[in-house]
Structures are given as structure tokens and as C-alpha cells.
Design a protein around this ligand. Structure first.
Ligand SMILES: [Zn+2]
Length: 74
């Protein structure tokens, strides 16, 4: 269960099936979140993942979590 990295990422898909990734980099007590799509970055001390999700939703309309179980579409 050790992934051994202080960097994690939040990825979401938009309505066009494109993946947008925000990296969460930990530097000491601070965390910096950076969007791969548009280069947006900001420091977030608390809940960086929440901020990342907000950015993805607001700037890229990317709200689909690829790791979430998908509804079977029939
Ligand atoms: Zn972005």
C-alpha cells in the first residue's frame, strides 16, 4: 500500500471525454495544486483536492470521475 510519493493527482473527464489532470504537490506544510490543462496553479493548505475539483468543474466543465464506478448504460 505504499505509493511512496508526495505528489498526487486529481483527474476528471469533461463532456467530450477529455481528461484533465490537476497535480497536488506537497511542499512542507503547504500544498500546491497545478492544472496540466491550462497551467493554473495555487497554494492550498487545506483540502487541495477539493480546490482541484472546483477548478476542473468551473474552468473545464470536467466533473466525471474516471475512478468512480460507472453506471451501466444500456
Ligand atoms: Zn485548468
Amino acid at each position: 500500500m505504499t505509493r511512496g510519493s508526495s505528489t498526487s493527482r486529481v483527474s476528471r473527464w469533461d463532456g467530450h471525454g477529455r481528461e484533465h489532470v490537476v497535480h497536488v504537490v506537497r511542499t512542507g506544510v503547504q500544498r500546491t495544486i497545478r492544472c496540466e490543462t491550462c497551467g493554473w496553479r495555487r497554494g492550498a493548505q487545506f483540502l487541495p483536492w477539493l480546490k482541484a475539483e472546483e477548478h476542473l468543474a468551473e474552468s473545464h466543465q470536467a466533473t466525471v470521475d474516471p475512478t468512480a464506478p460507472r453506471q451501466p448504460s444500456r
